[in-house]
Ligand binder design. Structure first.
Ligand code: NAP
Ligand code: MG
Length: 535
């Protein structure tokens, strides 16, 4: 199986196979240089196909070089949300009636347009959320896969209509899925393209219209997708983009009486608040929310330690741990704990912390000031309550004259922390991992499951019985065994749908999987008695 099953050319994997990896790197570096000249412009809201300027704006800077301004963005408020919801409501009837194969074709066209702009969008992420090239191109690939997969799902199910035949003579029945109306879509900074594209496409391809609010740190990539949708011919009002703050824009979207359903990816706190608000306002539509994680890895005494060290290192520290799927707690068998920990610390010390556009960088700068403050806090707590084996500090720029002013921090490995300590139970979203020796697989599984989250989990074991036991007992949406490229992160549309159990999500149905799109629709059972009327 190739990393992309959707005829998506130019994946890193295909470059590697074709021996053209250097070509990719040169093209990426040229794209990073090219887009620099576009920075600094002012970007409006996009409502009903129009560009709307606002009095207030906000500035976005590069996390890797905070002196570099990427642009000024319109700061929407409740009145803009009202306008956007009104436009989406007006566009709904016609969009809903658009034949499903035309909708699928439009999103296939969008995938092709993104394919043509792949390097440009990949390069944008180096500046906007400081994602390294390998991770950014994988993200753009994932967005393309979402578009093609959801289109193919609509085609496979013929627009989600099932002929339920003639239960009694003269009585004809059809069961189908119908959209809800206007969806709110709110997305996070860490996958600003793939997740925004996936959720927005889920809402729109099923016949809903949408108002979309990206994370305030990553509005540029959202504009890139709206450019693509416009070029693909999305009708005015079907997709509307309102940039601005969570409270100023997100909250009024949730509360708006004409917003029927919500798709959200982000923190548990905000996701559950959306669900509570929907309940309080007695809204009947769905809240499809993908939330946080505190992802455990078990390293058994039968494990291949090279794989385990590599998997934990990349799972915990790539993109600085700013992934819902990042590896955050490791339960390692006491017989191999010393060797595993020593090797993990040594390999962590060799990881390159730096500018995301540098080819060797693994540990990216952090997204914003609140992230760096959280990093300082948990490192202080770790030093007081446990043992910091490596890391624990911001990168000192006096030692690194290659670094501009950015939020560079050291990947951090900590031990001697009780399993129920806040450092080992709360999501931090930072390059920070805790190591916990255990005396058996049983103890590892019990502790891994003793969490309010259930997003991703990893196991390193060379024992078939252990692997089967772990699969049967682990409480996690996504489960990986012996994955050395990353113990817990990474998903593949169709093959490895992405989502969580417990407080890691609200629906238990995963993005990029066969039960995702149905969530954006409600069923209607249609019966006609006699010959008159179409079903
Ligand atoms: P976040 O702080 O929850 O923000 C997510 C989005 O919600 C942003 O657009 C944010 O806007 C908006 N928001 C904030 N407060 C709001 C409010 N009161 N009402 C409505 N919207 C509001 O999350 P983040 O820091 O961007 O991302 C990190 C979190 O996302 C982590 O918890 C991570 O685990 C989770 N995540 C989960 C998945 C998954 O698939 N399970 C994937 C990726 C990320 P502003 O940017 O303007 O504040
Ligand atoms: Mg946030």
């Amino acid at each position: 199986m190739t990393p992309s099953q959707f005829e998506n050319e130019l994946t890193i994997h295909e470059h590697t196979q074709a021996g053209t990896l250097d070509e990719f790197h040169r093209a990426y570096e040229a794209a990073v240089d090219d887009i620099r000249s576009d920075f600094g412009a002012t970007h409006p809201l996009r409502i009903d196909g129009d560009e709307i300027e606002t009095e207030e704006t906000f500035t976005v800077t590069n996390p890797g070089d905070t002196d570099q301004v990427l642009g000024e963005f319109a700061a929407g408020d409740e009145t803009h949300v009202d306008e956007a919801v009104a436009a989406a409501s007006d566009a709904y009837d016609e969009w809903k009636e658009t034949p499903w194969d035309e909708r699928a074709a439009l999103f296939r066209d969008a995938a092709d347009i993104i394919q043509d702009r792949k390097l440009e969008i990949t390069a944008l992420m180096a500046y906007e959320n400081a994602k390294t090239r390998n991770e950014a191109i994988a993200e753009v690939d994932e967005a393309i896969d979402f578009l093609r997969y959801y289109s193919s799902e609509l085609e496979r199910t013929e627009g989600y209509s099932a002929d339920t035949r003639e239960p009694t003579p003269g009585q004809r029945c059809v069961s189908d899925l119908q959209p809800y109306g206007v969806f709110g879509v709110v997305s996070p900074f860490n996958f600003p393209f793939a997740i925004l594209v996936g959720m927005t496409t889920g809402a729109l391809i099923t016949g809903n219209t949408a108002v979309v609010k990206p994370a305030s740190t990553t509005p540029l990539t959202a504009h890139a997708f709206f450019d693509v949708l416009a070029e693909a011919g999305i009708p005015d009002g079907v997709a509307n983009l309102v940039t601005g703050g969570g409270r100023a824009v997100g909250q009024p979207m949730i509360e708006h009486e004409d917003v029927a359903g919500f798709a959200f990816t982000g923190s548990r706190e905000v996701g559950l608040e959306i669900q509570r608000t929907f309940d309080e306002l007695d809204k009947r539509g769905p809240v499809i929310a993908e939330l946080g994680g505190k992802n455990p890895v078990i390293v058994s005494d039968s494990a291949d330690l090279s794989k385990a060290v590599s998997g934990v290192k990349f799972g915990a520290f790539s993109f600085s741990g700013q992934k819902c799927s990042a590896t955050s707690r490791v339960y390692v068998h006491e017989d191999v704990a010393d060797e595993f920990t020593e090797r993990l610390v040594a390999e962590t010390n060799d990881l390159s912390v730096g500018k995301p556009e540098n080819r060797e960088t693994v540990v990216s700068p952090l997204i914003d000031d609140s992230a760096i403050e959280r990093y300082d806090d948990i490192c202080d707590t770790a030093a007081a309550d446990g043992t910091v084996l490596t890391g624990g500090s911001r990168v000192d720029r006096d030692d690194r004259d290659d670094l501009p002013a950015g939020r560079y921090v050291e990947p951090t490995v900590v031990t001697d922390i009780p399993h129920d300590h806040a450092l080992a139970t709360d999501e931090h979203f930072l390059p920070f991992v805790t190591i916990h020796p255990v005396s058996s697989l049983e103890e590892g599984i019990t502790k891994a499951n003793d969490s309010e989250y259930g997003l991703c989990a990893g196991l390193f074991s060379e024992d078939e019985d252990e692997i089967n036991t772990w699969f049967d007992r682990i409480e996690s949406g996504m489960c990986y065994v012996n994955r050395e490229q990353s113990a817990t992160t990474g998903a593949l549309v169709d093959a490895q749908p992405f989502g969580g159990w417990k407080y890691s999500g609200t629906t238990g149905k995963f993005a990029g999987g066969p039960w995702y799109l149905q969530q954006f629709m409600r069923q209607q059972s249609r019966t006609v008695v006699g010959d008159v009327g179409q079903l």
